[in-house]
Each structure stands twice: as C-alpha cells, then as structure tokens.
Ligand binder design. Structure first.
Ligand SMILES: Nc1ncnc2c1ncn2[C@@H]1O[C@H](COP(=O)(O)OP(=O)(O)OP(=O)(O)O)[C@@H](O)[C@H]1O
Length: 299
C-alpha cells in the first residue's frame, strides 16, 4: 500500500497545488493509496509512523520540502519497519531533491516513484535519537534556519520563486547578533578544539539552505559524514567564505576546515541551536553516528 503525506503549506502553498495536480495522475495509474495532510510541527513524523503501523503502508511518498522529508524519514525510522520513500518536491529549498536528482516536474516525479523506475539506498545520520537525511548543523546556520522560518520575506520570495534568497537575507540579518563560542568536537575519537566557532555542519549530501554547497565532497551512500567547521573568522571573513559556498570554493578559505567521520560529538561552551535538515531540533551538546544504507529511496 502506498501512502502520500502532503504538506499543503510547503513552498508557500506549492504542496497543496502540486497535490491537486498529481492526484488525477495517481488515480489514473490505478494505484491503491491513502493520503494525509500535515498540520504542523511533528505531524509528518506522526502520520508516517501511523500509516506504517496501522494501515500497512510500505511506500511513503512525501509532497513537500526538506522539512517534510525529515519528518517522514523520522516516522519511518521510529516505526522500526522497512518502508520505502519517494518525494515529489514542493518546498522552497528542495535540497534532498536536488542532491538525488529527483525530477522537478511533479507528475514525472510521482510516476517514477510509483513505477519504481530507480531505487537506491542512502545513509542516514542519527543524532540524539533522531535521523537526518541531508545535514545536521550547530551554531550560526541553525540560527539562520530559525530566522528564515520565522521570516515574512520567505513567503514573499517564494511567490516569486526565489525561495533560496530568503536564506541569504537571514545570513546578513543574523551576522551581528550571533555570539560565537569555543567548541570541542570528537570525530571517531580524535579531539578537535576550535576557538570562536561560527558553525559546524555534518553533511550527508553536498548542498543545504537551498543549493549552498557546504560540503561539496559529501556522498549520501558512502557511510561517512563530511564535516565543515568555520571558526576564528571575522564577520567580513565569514561573508567572504559564505559568498563562495554557492560554488563550493569556500573549501580553500583559511578559516574553513573539513573532517570526515562516522561517530561525532559536538560540545560548545555556550549552547548552540541545532538543526537537522533545516528543522530546529534542540541545542548542543549533540552526539551523532552514521547509519549506512539505512533507507531505500526512489529517484
Ligand atoms: N498544515 C500546516 N500548517 C503550518 N505549518 C505546517 C503545516 N504542515 C507542516 N507544516 C510545517 O512545514 C514545515 C516543513 O515545510 P517544508 O520544509 O516541507 O517546506 P519548505 O520549508 O517550504 O521547504 P524547504 O525546507 O525545502 O525549504 C515544518 O516545519 C512543519 O511544521
């Protein structure tokens, strides 16, 4: 049985419009399916878990953005059962879709998932009892994610199909507010100390924040987390590194360092906000580990 989880507000209402567009195609294909709409925080996760446990669903197709992907994959993980995953991208950033080459045309995307055209397994990142598919970040990027979420300009920019720009505006607004802290990270047992850290991001895919190539070398099925740390940089240096992130050329910036690991802990003197796939999930300290080949997805 196939279950659809539709986030009607993803991409500023794109989720609802896209569902209305693909529903006839789904019915036309003769698929037997159930469909549920999300209602807010934690809803995608709860719906996914319920569909699997109570309705015998073994393939869930999310219609939404990265937050919806995050919720559904957590619901699957919490169910402890095997359930395949597909996505019809309908968010503002759509980083998961971009990284996995999922079709941007919703009808093509849903047909590919229903016909099981291409299946692959991807790693997930476990953190403090949750999983993430894209990235987990602490510090400035989590603060930017919160600001973007709460921003009125996000909805406005989405209307003009400029959702990715919302993140850039938030970066500029949060720059002066952010208070840096010293950070201690352990990567597979190696202790790394950083002064005045701006951010630490562990990535499973290269891009986040609507197309920024934070860890250009990340591969979703290699069993490794690629970690990017920006520390000891002035606001000007951070901005210069930030401008390069879109091209992935920040990797040569002297205040940016990279690591690769499977088991990671992050502690900060001052608690840092933490995001998983762009959704705020708590504060430091955090403990992470890779779950290799954890999830089957259709692309
Ligand atoms: N019915 C609803 N009303 C209000 N908020 C909702 C509803 N359903 C889900 N949400 C919220 O939507 C957020 C997830 O949105 P999602 O990330 O899928 O889209 P997006 O933010 O437009 O895209 P992206 O993350 O790709 O930039 C979650 O934080 C969730 O709480």
């Amino acid at each position: 049985m196939v279950g659809f989880i539709v986030n009607p507000v993803a991409g500023n209402g794109k989720g609802k419009r896209i569902w209305e567009r693909i529903e006839p195609a789904v019915s036309g294909l003769g698929a037997v399916f159930v469909v549920r709409e999300t209602s807010g925080d934690g809803s995608a996760e709860k719906l996914a878990k319920e569909m699997i446990e109570k309705e015998g669903v073994n393939k869930i197709i999310a219609v939404g953005g990265d937050g919806t992907v995050h919720g559904v994959l957590n619901g699957i993980y919490q169910s402890g059962q095997s359930c395949k995953f597909g996505l019809v991208p309908a968010g503002s950033g759509n980083d998961f879709a971009r990284a996995h080459g999922i079709a941007t045309n919703p009808v093509v995307a849903v047909e590919r998932v229903l016909s099981e055209t291409a299946e692959k397994r991807i790693d997930l990142m476990w953190m403090n009892g949750r999983v993430a598919a894209n990235s987990i970040g602490a510090g400035f990027d989590a603060q930017v994610a919160r600001a973007t979420d709460q921003a009125k300009y996000k909805a406005w920019l989405n209307r003009w199909r400029l959702g990715g720009l919302a993140y850039v505006i938030s970066v500029l607004r949060e720059l002066r507010k952010f208070q840096r802290s010293n950070l201690v990270m352990q990567v597979d047992g190696q202790v790394i100390k950083m002064e005045a850290a701006w951010l630490v991001t562990a990535a499973n895919i290269p891009n986040y924040g609507g197309g920024m190539k934070i860890c250009p070398m990340a591969v979703a099925n290699d069993g490794w987390a690629d970690i990017c740390v920006v520390s000891n940089a002035s606001c000007g240096e951070l901005l210069r590194a930030f401008a390069k992130i879109y091209f992935g050329s920040h990797i040569h910036h002297p205040k940016v360092s990279f690591y690769r690991g499977r088991q990671i802990t992050i502690e900060t003197v001052r608690p840092y906000l933490v995001h998983a796939d762009g959704e705020l999930v708590g504060e430091t300290p955090i403990e992470m580990k890779m779950l290799p080949d954890q999830q089957a997805i259709f692309v």
